[in-house]
Design a protein around this ligand. Sequence first.
Ligand SMILES: *Cc1c(COP(=O)(O)O)cnc(C)c1O
Length: 220
Amino acid sequence: MGIKENIEEIKSKIPSEVQLLAVSKTKPIEALEEAYAAGMREFGENKVQELLAKEEIFHKDVKWHLIGHLQTNKVKYLVDKVHLIHSLDSIKLLEEIEKVYEKNEKTANTLIQINIGREESKSGILEENLNEFIEAIEECNHILVKGIMVIIPKGNEESNRYYFKKTKGIFDELKCKKFKNISMDILSMGMTNDYMTAIEEGSTLVRVGTGIFGERNYNV
Ligand SMILES: *Cc1c(COP(=O)(O)O)cnc(C)c1O
C-alpha cells in the first residue's frame, strides 16, 4: 500500500478529534510530499538538523513537531521553526529553552516527556520528580506546557495498556490542578503498533511513522 492509502486507512480508524502526527524521520522529501498531498500538515522529526533541513525546503503551512531528545546547544535553532517540542525532559533543558526564547521574545510550546516505564535508556521526567519540575515550569515566562508525551516500554498489548492508563492518570490529575504556564490539552501517546490501544486509553495525539511511510532503513 502507498502512503496515501496508509493515511486514509489510519484516519478511517481513529476518531476525528485525535490528531495524527506523521513521523517522517529518515524519510526523503518525496515521501513527505505524498503525505502532504494526502492532507497531512503536521510532521514529526526526532533530530533537530533533519527537522530544520526539511522545514527549509518544504511547504510553509506545515507544522513541525520535535519528538526526539533535544540537546541544550540546539535549542537556539528551533525558534520560529518548531510548533511543539514533545521532549521537554529535564530542568536543564527547561532553563535553556526559557533563556533562548526570552532572548528572542518568543514563547515555546512544549509537552513534558514522562519516563513512565522508568527505563534507564529513555529520557523523561520520573513521576516522583514531577512536582519539582512543575515548580520550575511555573518560574518561567517564555514556556507553555500543553500536555504530556510518553514513549512506553516495549511489550504486549496488556503492558502497553497498563502504561497508557498510568500516563492518563497523571494527565487527569494535572488537568484538575491549576499551574502557571501549564494546561493539559495534549496527551501524545501511541505509535504504529499501539495507537488504537493508546486512543482507547485517552491519547489525543498519535505519532505514526512506519504505519504511514513504511519501514525505515535504519533504526533511530
Ligand atoms: C520514531 C518515533 C515514532 C514513530 O514510530 P513508528 O513505530 O514508526 O510509528 C513515534 N514517536 C517517537 C518519539 C519516535 O522516535
